[in-house]
Unconditional design. Sequence first.
Length: 579
Amino acid sequence: MKAEELIAQYERVADESDAIPRLRQFILELAVRGKLMPRDPVDEPAVELLKRIAAEKERLVKVGTIRKPKPVVMNGDPGFEVPENWVLVPLGEVINDHLGGGTPSKSNENYWNGSICWASVKDVGKSKYIDETADRITEDGLVNSSSNLISPGNLIVVTRMGLGKVSINRIPLAINQDLRALFVSRFISIDYCYIFLLTHGFVGTGLTVKGIKLGELLSIPFPVPPLAEQHRIVAKVEELMALCDRLEAAQAERESQRDRLVAASLYRLSHPAEDSSAEDIRKHARFFLNHLPRLTTRPEHVKQLRQTILDLAVRGKLVEQDPADEPASELLRKKFKLPDGFSRRRKIIKEASVDASEGLLSQLPNTWSYSRIQDLYKANIVIDYADGNHGSLYPRNSEFGDEGVLFVSAKDLVGGKVNWATCSRLNRERANQLTKGWAQTGDVLLTHNATVGRVAKVAEKVEPFLLGTSVTFYRLNDVALSPDYFFVVLQSPVWQAQLEAIMAQTTRNQVSIQKQAFFKIPLPPLAEQHRIVAKVDALMALCDRLEAALATADTTHQRLLEALLHEALTPGEEREAAA
């Protein structure tokens, strides 16, 4: 496959997240393998070029411009064959000279903030050229250190602490000990040499900091084309990189437009105009669903859709109201017979230190009510809520092992469930000494400390288990408040925004039980709670399928990308043998 054919086919995978960076790297690979440009039979073979390079080195040594170079031997091979009129040599053969660097003493103020640009790793590799450096040193700093001043127009290569980064300096600069300046022969295009180094997979050695020794750097196999072809390669690479810039800009604009359309569509769903009818809302919903494949092209789009579904659910806009349903206000007045094992009384917290709901709540349907968690407890709807804070009795690390009572912490709440496989286990004798933090099947869990806002529903049949200090459980009387609906509420923007409001007013990433007691939740009639849960479950299943489809599409695009690259880089005879 020719390079032009591959680039033309890139439209098929252009929306892949790393497609453009991969295309850039691929162009560079083609360039140094002799596959980017056709051969010109009138070009002087590269072997003649090497003779002139060697002669130039001898002349420079004689006049004292450079030191006599040590012999270098090519280490390994590049993994591909070079074209007939190219030649493969160690990199050092086309380098006239090289210099390292150093760092002036940081404790001497007279060495710093002078007029000499001083390059370190952070200045190299950000772009092709170095035109400025983050730090500057003085003449005294240069003289009293092992740094060297490098004239403009040379390769600056990072040899440790960022191994393999490379740039060309367009200004005089001093360098530190992590860099090496390579003075390329005038018979080699420095731009072509730069392209080659971008394709080389540097492998460093060292126990703490990976680096490459000078001898290893100079022994890298370097493919040398005829000089005229070097210039044609550089021109073509620059042309194709400009094309990549345009492709990248177009891709970014497409994604930006799609993001704006997704955000606007979801906003219209969750925030319809005041004069919008139920049919208007359904029309907006149909528009979004009809264009779902085009609107949800990335995982973050599906995440936004999930949040919109939850937001609609807790504001009475996901399912229709039934006038026959008993209003939530009547639900709040009732006293229910408690299930076995539920306590009747819990200390009522008198005052809220922070009102986290101000400005966060919206108009609800007539049959709904807003209620504080504290007031729900008074109505025997929320039976209990507690955290896993064991105070001075908190277990020590030595008391955990491979057996015992499951001990759930914030890290174990993933994707709305408890990941039991990651839970610690506390030995049973120690667990029996703890009176707080015991949770069970049917509880709804919430992280409230450090990692705040993760939610899980314990649907599995499990033995009672313990909670760490960062996890709260809510235990509900489901004859009045469905645990499944409450699970929806805890994930919704209404609840999460109240968590964020509390954290914004404190210096700690924590929302205590006392604060949560005064959070307000939207409470629908019980029958509507069940309808909401059923609808949310169905729509979340749709989101799961969308995410799976996106993952499959990403895998397909990735495989196609790999196939295209392999076909373009593999010689025809090798492809035939593999087939």
